[in-house]
Design a protein around this ligand. Structure first.
Ligand code: HEM
Ligand code: HEM
Length: 201
């Protein structure tokens, strides 16, 4: 398996980061939504700690992923109308920003709330970002929840785009990001290679 991306396909490292972060966000988001509905009893503390540890892992992976992207190349962009290219870049940029902002706002909320020390999966203590502060806590809490729903909306657009490429354009945009090999679809053409539109009868 090629670790670095090529002109045609995302490399093993970029694909691993993409799907690992996706899976951990699914876990953190699901646990987050459930835990806030549970009765506030001491036995939910481990659930909160698990949520926070998974979320901090997303943050660490997001840092590594961005660093790796500086060294890695990006596969060729498919030929598409300019507005779609800009929309895809905008959504990708938003997704990158959110995988930092959501865990950071959660960490800020945990810190400003003056809660008990946080241990990453019980292994080591995570430092607090700020001293206890009610205003910061409230802002961070609102941000944490709101940004999660912004992420959910961005993922809907993102998945919609990927499925359009796969089922309508029938190109390799989704296939080249999947963790497994798929049958060959139509390779991506650059704008210059695209056949001219048929003449109007
Ligand atoms: C990708 C990472 C994360 C995701 C997707 C995520 C998602 C969520 C969601 C959906 C909720 C429920 C919001 C609500 O309905 O009120 C929540 C709550 C919470 N999260 Fe996260 N979270 C992440 C990371 C973190 C981190 C790193 C921390 C702390 C270190 C954290 C601390 C909290 C806390 C304390 C709550 C409870 C908020 C409350 O009581 O209102 N989260 N999170
Ligand atoms: C939490 C969920 C997700 C996040 C945060 C996320 C994030 C990202 C980001 C930031 C990129 C751009 C990579 C780069 O340019 O370096 C990307 C690419 C991609 N993602 Fe996701 N993604 C998520 C879920 C999904 C899902 C569920 C699918 C499949 C249906 C998917 C399919 C793709 C594909 C096909 C690409 C490559 C696009 C291209 O080659 O232009 N993603 N994703």
């Amino acid at each position: 398996m090629a670790l670095k991306s090529t002109d045609a396909r995302w490399g093993g490292i970029a694909r691993s980061f993409h799907w690992l972060i996706f899976a951990l966000i699914l876990v953190a988001g699901t646990v987050g939504l459930i835990m806030v509905e549970l009765p506030k009893r001491p036995n939910i503390i481990p659930v909160y700690s698990f949520h926070k540890s998974v979320g901090l892992t997303v943050l660490a992976l997001a840092v590594l992923r961005l660093l790796w992207r500086l060294f890695d190349r990006r596969p060729r962009e498919p030929a598409m109308p300019a507005w779609q290219r800009w929309a895809s870049r905008l959504v990708h940029g938003a997704l990158y920003a959110l995988i930092f902002a959501i865990p950071l706002s959660g960490w800020l909320f945990d810190s400003a709330g003056g809660l008990r020390p946080l241990h990453w999966f019980g292994l080591f203590e995570v430092p607090k970002l700020v001293a206890p502060d009610g205003d910061i806590k409230d802002i961070a809490e609102t941000l944490h929840e709101a940004l999660f729903w912004v992420l959910a909306a961005a993922v809907v657009l993102h998945v919609g785009g990927a499925l359009k490429h796969h089922f309508i354009d029938r190109d390799e945009v989704l296939a080249r990001m999947l963790p497994w090999r798929t049958r060959r679809l139509r390779p991506l053409a650059t704008e210059a290679e695209r056949p001219p539109p048929p003449p109007i009868a």
